[in-house]
Every structure is written in C-alpha cells, then in structure tokens.
Design a protein around this ligand. Sequence first.
Ligand SMILES: *[C@@H]1O[C@H](CO)[C@@H](O)[C@H](O)[C@H]1NC(C)=O
Length: 398
Amino acid sequence: MRQGSIKVSTLLLCVFFCCALNANATSFSVTSYGAKANPSADDTTAFLTTWKAACACSGNVELLIPQGTYYLGQTVFRGPCKFNTITVNLQGTLKASTDLSRFGKGDDWVEFSFFNGLTLTGGGIFDGQGSASWSKNECPTKKNCKVLPTSVKFVSLNNAVVNSVTSIDPKFFHFGVLQCKNFKASNINIKAPEDSPNTDGIHIERSTTVSITDSIIGTGDDCISIGQGNADVLISGIKCGPGHGISVGSLGRYPNEGNVKGLIVKDSSLTGTTNGVRIKTWENSPSYSYVDNMTFQNIKMTNVFNPIIIDQNYCPYYNCDRSAPSKVKISNIFFQGITGSSKSQAVMTVKCSKSAPCQNVIVENVNLQYTGGSNPIALCSSADVKFPGTKPGECTSA
Ligand SMILES: *[C@@H]1O[C@H](CO)[C@@H](O)[C@H](O)[C@H]1NC(C)=O
C-alpha cells in the first residue's frame, strides 16, 4: 500500500520532470517497462505500457527498442498523444507471434495510428514470421477470403518519416499506408520469398503527398501498390525484384473508391519481376472513378515479363464478373525513358475499358528488347496511344 503510493508519486514527479522540463527528447526504453527480449516471454504488454508513458508526455519524445529480439502479438500504438514528435528508435528485431488466433479479423501486427509527427528509424527489423501461415492464405484463389495480418500499418498519420528499417516474411503485406498525409519513407529493405502469397511490399491507400525513395524490395507480390484514393505520390530510387512490379491498383473492385492522380515513378529498376510498371482495374466496377496524370520515367527493366502494362480486364481468379467493362477512366499517362529486356514479345500491353477508353497515353524514348529475339510489339485495345521517338512506333490490336 505504502509502496504503491510512493510509486505513484515518483511517476507523477517523473511525468513533471521528464516531460515538461527536458529540452532534449525524453527517452522511454521498452526494457525499462519490462520488455524481456527473450523467446519465452511475450513483450506485447511491456511495449504498450511504454507507449502509454511516451504518449502522455509533451515535447519531443523517443521510444527506444534496444538491440535484442522481442516477441510480440498484435501491438497497436494509437493516439491521440500529447507529444509534439516521437522517434521510434527500433534497433532490435521484432518477431510476430505465429499463433494466428492472437490476431482478430482484419487485425494487423504492428500499427501506428491517429497521431502526428512519427519518425520510425534505427536499422531494426520487423520479422512477420509469415512462412507458417502462407499455406493458410486463401486470397490468391478466393475473392472473399480472410485477410491475414499486415506486418506494419500506418493509419491516419500526418507528417510521418520512416527510414532505415527492414521487413522480412510478413503474413500478408509488409507495410500499409492508409489515410496518411505527408508520409516519407526511404532506405527501406523488404524481403520475402518470390512464391510467398500477397506479400506486397508497400501498399498505399487514401493518402496524399507520399514519397517512397531509395529502397530495396524483393517479395512475392507487388513491390509497391498504389491503391484507391491517392494523390501526389512519388516513387523514386527503387530496386524491385523478385516481385510483381510497381502497380497502380487493383482499382474498381469495391463501391465508392477514390480517384488516383498525380503519380511519379522514376529512377528505378525492376529485375526478374512478372510486371514492370502496371495499372490494373477490375471489370464490372460497382462505381465510377478515374486515374489521371501518371509519369513513369527513367526505368530499367531486366528480364521482366510485362514491362509496361495497363490491364483493365484484371482478373486473378477463375470466376471474375466479366458482365460489363471497367468504369475506371484512365487519362494522361506518360511512359518516358524505359529501357532493358522483356521476357515477352509484347513489351507493352494497353488493354483499356470498352466503355471508358484510355486517353492520352504517351510512350516516349521507350526501348525494350524481347529476349526471344524477334521484334517487340505493343498490344493495345480501346486506347489512344502515341509513340513519339519510340519503337515499336505503333499498336498491334490486342
Ligand atoms: C501531375 O502530378 C504531379 C505529381 O503530383 C504534379 O506535380 C503535377 O503538377 C501534376 N500535373 C497536373 C497537370 O496536374
């Protein structure tokens, strides 16, 4: 009893001194809040207690995860918080529980949500330990599947910076960026086997002013996927492969999806991927939306199956609803300075919607060789494509 009240007053004193009177960032280490970094201990509660203390602190704070390997179930760092900025200094390795019953329906593993001023850095590793659950993922074959946890999700953050962190073997996506404003990621390392299902590197949705730069991504699905509702996205300095390439979409699957506009993908390379740069939309979309103003510039392809592809008949399953064309309208798409090798003769495929044909697709200084030897071709349908200075200089009907 007596001890308890001493603890409470010490804590109050600490809140006062640590948070209000410290000019430098106040640091909260997970090890001071009981994290064990030990395979026989679960550190989820210790991490959440550390977050609670950091979140209640004003000024600039640090949440330190020192070197060591920490075992965690679902861990949600949720605001609103009192701090001005927080640096999550991840020096250690986080390992996700392999017990799927610890994750509810639609839950993710580590989530940062509803606060401003995050910097996540430190050179540490998120290890989703996904290999145990990949065989339980039905999403590659079933439309209404149970979605497995994404390793790290950023939700409704303003002014977030993520750099120098690694993600390996997620159960589903590596990183998700949802409803964020002004989000910058750089020097990210992403790794999972080529045959791991739905392990998208970074998926972005309903976000504005996002940049992903100088990162290395090799995984089983899209290296980067730009979903619905995004505006002003810059992707630059990406090394992608293996994987399914850098994709816009898939779009037009759900009702009331947002438009996607203002994308630049530049100064990047794709190696051994199934697709290079791609826009994909489903047929018979439940509502109208548009894709506008996208530039794909200075991109090197090496042994890529479909280097340039707009596919408005996207259907990864057997039983897609093909009863009506896609209602996603695609306009003002620029492919500039794309070189290297293609594993298929159709180095470019532009298959657009019959009811909303693609407008103003400009292909400039694109020079892709077919590894099979014969002349490369561009396959197009329902599309207005121009080829200034480019071979092939015309479309073959798809
Ligand atoms: C196209 O998008 C880029 C990147 O967001 C932006 O800088 C540019 O102003 C946009 N152009 C038009 C015509 O909207």
